[in-house]
Design a protein around this ligand. Structure first.
Ligand SMILES: *[C@@H]1O[C@H](CO)[C@@H](O)[C@H](O)[C@H]1NC(C)=O
Ligand SMILES: *[C@@H]1O[C@H](CO)[C@@H](O)[C@H](O)[C@H]1NC(C)=O
Length: 322
């Protein structure tokens, strides 16, 4: 039998071999000028101590009445970023009234038009430049207002984002008020929230394409999650979003695959187009406060793989423009 001290040393050595050193990385606010940010959105970032060459970037906009630090604390993304080696941007809403994101103004819904979306894109470009990141692997995911902003960003900046994942959101453009929405920041659309804004797939597709007229490049792929009992953003918005993004991606509205109880019992996964270009998860009985599925999101973005496994859009042959 080994002396206790030797055992302790052996245990410490083994622990050292499998457990990374306590991470010094933390949530940091970037206060320097990082590019156009007309609405003065706050910029917080989590950069792991150890990064691979050309790290991917994940943007995680918070929910209404949330904050960058609440989003940072509210998910596993920072821990997973340290584990897999990617950077997380946590934008902070500048709209003090409700801390929602502006998903209604003509500015935010237009490529390089201004609004919160442009400020967030400036954060992405600053990060790619500073950390020599992989511009073909920029992702966005969020819940509620963060899910609405996810759809705004993939719609208005298809050249910046490779993929998005939206939990309990609404389609791109759904919150825009009728009529002139120039400068109408942070409008709360009761009609959209209650599921009264409906369009055909073609109409939704045209709304997204109008954000960036003349753009003919690849489009981000997308994941949608929505609870059937959503009491804040009606479940109708799930079906409208499926119509919108199948149209944008040029896909049939008939699912290619249907999988029950994935990734949670009672949730049904539908895929559209080849290679899951669009994935939609209908969560039976789930209210607005949906449980984030970090592992399913990371798998979709291929962020839990060691090398550049992600082959969508600019990165490879599987994008719709290939
Ligand atoms: C829309 O509103 C903006 C800001 O109030 C104004 O400058 C613009 O002229 C309006 N556009 C139209 C077409 O009415
Ligand atoms: C990535 O995560 C998914 C979902 O948890 C898992 O099925 C897959 O095996 C993971 N891939 C790697 C390389 O770890």
């Amino acid at each position: 039998m080994l002396p206790a001290s030797t055992l302790a040393t052996a245990a410490a050595f083994l622990l050292g071999a499998v457990t990374p050193m306590a991470s010094a990385a933390s949530l940091v606010e970037i206060k320097e000028d990082f590019g156009p940010n007309p609405t003065k959105a706050g910029f917080f970032i989590y950069v792991p101590d150890v990064l691979p060459a050309k790290p991917a970037v994940l943007v995680n906009p918070h929910w209404c009445h949330g904050s960058a630090s609440a989003a940072f604390r509210g998910s596993q993304y920072a821990t997973l970023a340290s584990k897999h080696g990617f950077i997380v941007i946590y934008p902070d809403s500048p709209h003090a009234a409700d801390d929602c994101w502006d998903v209604s103004s003509a500015q935010t819904l237009t490529h390089n038009g201004g609004g919160d979306s442009l400020g967030i894109v400036s954060m992405v470009k600053w990060t790619l430049n500073k950390y020599k990141g992989d511009a073909s692997r920029v992702f966005v995911t969020g819940v509620s207002s963060g899910a609405m902003m996810t759809q705004v960003l993939v719609g208005a900046y298809p050249d910046v984002f490779a993929a998005g994942s939206a939990f309990s959101g609404v389609p791109f453009g759904c919150f825009a008020p009728a009529g002139n929405n120039t400068g109408v920041y942070g409008y709360w659309s009761d009609d959209c929230a209650k599921g009264k804004v409906k369009h055909t797939a073609e109409e939704w597709g045209a709304i997204v394409k109008a954000a960036y007229p003349g753009y003919g490049g690849w489009r981000p792929k997308l994941q949608l999650f929505h609870g059937t009992k959503d009491e804040v953003l009606d479940y109708t918005n799930y079906g409208e979003a499926v119509k919108e993004w199948t149209s944008v991606l040029g896909l049939s509205q008939t699912p290619v695959t249907t999988t029950l109880n994935t990734p949670v019992a009672g949730w049904t996964k539908y895929t559209y187009g080849p290679n899951s270009w669009l994935e939609a998860y209908s969560a039976a009985g789930v209210p607005h406060d949906i449980r984030v599925q970090e592992n399913t999101v990371l798998e979709f973005f291929k962020l839990n793989y060691t090398s550049d496994y992600f082959t969508w859009g600019q990165g490879g042959p599987t994008g719709p423009s290939a």
